[in-house]
Design a protein around this ligand. Structure first.
Ligand SMILES: NC(=O)c1ccc[n+]([C@@H]2O[C@H](COP(=O)([O-])OP(=O)(O)OC[C@H]3O[C@@H](n4cnc5c(N)ncnc54)[C@H](OP(=O)(O)O)[C@@H]3O)[C@@H](O)[C@H]2O)c1
Length: 337
């Protein structure tokens, strides 16, 4: 009999999530049925959408999220002991999966670890997982980048943003990033090849953007929302494209009292901007796999760096989660358990 531990969310978060909004629960797992596998988590992901979707998930609920695990026992010959799988079973150490069962919805997908050669399996929750698929699919589908165009990325040092900026460089764009510390901004330029990067907490965004993009911005990859997005959108060129991927600046806000920002409609109207939202749950596994194939190729050829912010220990997941929400991470925040 295997005992599993899992984090259960017991409350709707008020502002930043608290440890007391979670309970650590133990449960005994039943014996495997035919077609099932017992998986031990190896890497667990913490992501901003865990915060964003809290209000829409009736409590109590098991904390969902992506994890990579290793098959410990198998009654499915396609997934022998020792093979690795990716699932959306979240913050738990052991889980029973039926890998052949259809996903009830795309957010519950589970699949064999993609072919990543000798790269770390942790990438399957990062550059070769949901964040990588998000960066790649949204940037090409909505951004339609052309060489020589100027791309601005907010949340630029995070899991998604650090990939988007590098993919834009691979495609020959001029790339400007905004992030929350001088150290991260410096590293975006020196290590990841961004043309310019700034700490949005300390600079005058309007002014530095005028200097870094004197001819205007063609594509804005919006990871954060809020006032910085309004400022950037007023510096876009005609027919610019805005890829709305996240609004983390407002995730802790009370939905009935959201932060006020500069009105955007004049920028959208008079510049003919295309502002389009992207939700990764609407894309197919085939689209994910196409993204993974290119991303793995770029990592292996040295064109793209998959930055990770690695922490250790099942008991530390909550702290790492809060650290990620407040900007401790450079690259994908992931926990080895
Ligand atoms: N639409 C989709 O399908 C989809 C899929 C994946 C992710 N997303 C969204 O994409 C965004 C990035 O996700 P990720 O997984 O790559 O996370 P991440 O960027 O690795 O981590 C979150 C980062 O957000 C930044 N941040 C926190 N509060 C902020 C604020 N008030 N203003 C500006 N930045 C703030 C912090 O970095 P700093 O130090 O720079 O502040 C932090 O490191 C999130 O908004 C997420 O919800 C959307």
């Amino acid at each position: 009999m295997v005992k599993a531990r899992k984090y259960v969310v017991t409350k709707i978060f008020q502002g930043q999530p608290k440890r007391s909004d979670y309970e650590l629960v133990e449960e005994e797992l039943p014996p495997l049925k035919d077609g099932e596998v017992l998986v031990k988590a190896e890497w667990i992901s913490v992501d901003p959408y865990l915060r964003a979707y809290n209000r829409e998930s009736p409590t109590p609920y098991d904390q969902f999220g992506f994890q990579v695990g290793v098959v410990q026992e198998s009654k499915d010959p396609k997934y022998p002991v020792g093979s690795r799988v990716v699932s959306h079973k979240g913050w738990r150490d052991y889980v029973i999966l039926n890998m052949s069962a259809p996903f009830p919805n795309p957010a519950t997908r589970h699949y064999k670890l993609p072919d990543i050669g000798n790269l770390s399996p942790s990438l399957a929750v990062g550059a070769v997982g949901m964040p990588g698929a998000t960066a790649y699919i949204s940037f090409f589908e909505i951004g339609k980048p052309k060489a020589g165009e100027t791309v601005v990325v907010t949340g630029a040092a995070g899991a998604v943003g650090s990939l988007v900026g590098q993919i834009a460089k691979i495609k020959g764009c001029n790339v400007i990033g905004f992030t929350g510390s001088d150290k991260k901004a410096q590293s975006l330029k020196e290590e990841l090849g961004f043309d310019a990067a700034y700490n949005y907490r300390t600079v005058d965004v309007r002014k530095v953007l005028k200097e870094a993009a004197p001819n205007g911005v063609d594509i804005y990859f919006d990871n954060v929302g809020g006032e910085i997005s309004s400022t950037i959108m007023y510096q876009m060129n005609n027919k610019g494209r805005v890829i709305v991927v996240g609004s983390i600046s407002a995730y802790d806000s009370d939905p009935s009292d959201l932060p006020k920002v500069t009105i955007l409609q004049p920028a959208i109207l008079f510049k003919g901007l295309k502002v389009e939202a992207f939700l990764i749950w609407n894309s197919s596994q085939d689209e994910w796999n196409k993204a993974f194939a290119d991303i793995v190729k770029w990592i292996q050829s040295g064109q793209l760096k998959a930055k990770e912010h690695i922490s250790e220990g099942f008991d530390n997941i909550f702290d790492v989660y809060i650290g990620m929400l407040t900007g401790d991470n450079y690259g994908k925040a992931v926990i080895r358990v």
